[in-house]
Design a protein around this ligand. Structure first.
Ligand code: C2G
Length: 130
């Protein structure tokens, strides 16, 4: 049995998120998703997500190819989460290419291509300009 783990904010959930989660799930038998907390997001991006962490986790939890999701409290805790959940593979979008190679001592690290032409930031910009 192979366990895959991935992380993200998944704010204003869109098809790019679906695509990466589906591809991540297809790399193993179990998919575990760490969802960034509102606090972590504020530290990373200087703004709060549109959807709260509770709603973002509820959306991720409702996907049939996600087996479990948990709050990701710190970017630096990835090694801890990988060990805690016995993950065999870490999947990240290629916007993070190379950034998590140091975790290769704990599991395989795979970067998947992002879906072009869609992002939470662009969706927010389009909505607020209308
Ligand atoms: N993604 C994608 N294609 C897009 C947009 C996003 O494949 N068009 C992927 C990202 O590469 C990421 C996942 O969807 O793997 C979640 O994206 P974000 O919510 O933007 O994640 P981020 O804020 O980068 O958080 O510990 C790492 C962080 O939690 C990652």
């Amino acid at each position: 049995m192979k366990t895959v783990i991935t992380f993200g904010t998944f704010d204003v959930f869109h098809v790019g998120h679906i695509n990466i989660l589906q591809r991540a799930a297809s790399l193993g038998d179990t998919l575990i998703v760490g969802v960034s907390t509102d606090k972590l997001n504020f530290e990373k991006k200087g703004r709060n997500p549109i959807y709260t962490e509770y709603d973002r986790m509820k959306i991720i939890n409702s996907l049939r190819y996600v087996n479990l999701c948990f709050p990701e409290e710190s970017l630096e805790k990835k090694a801890e989460y990988i060990k805690q959940y016995n993950a065999d593979v870490l999947v990240m979008g290629d916007d993070w290419e190379g950034k998590f190679d140091y975790l290769k001592e704990f599991c395989d690290v795979v970067y998947l291509e992002r879906t072009p032409s869609i992002s939470t930031t662009e969706i927010i910009e389009v909505i607020s300009s209308n």
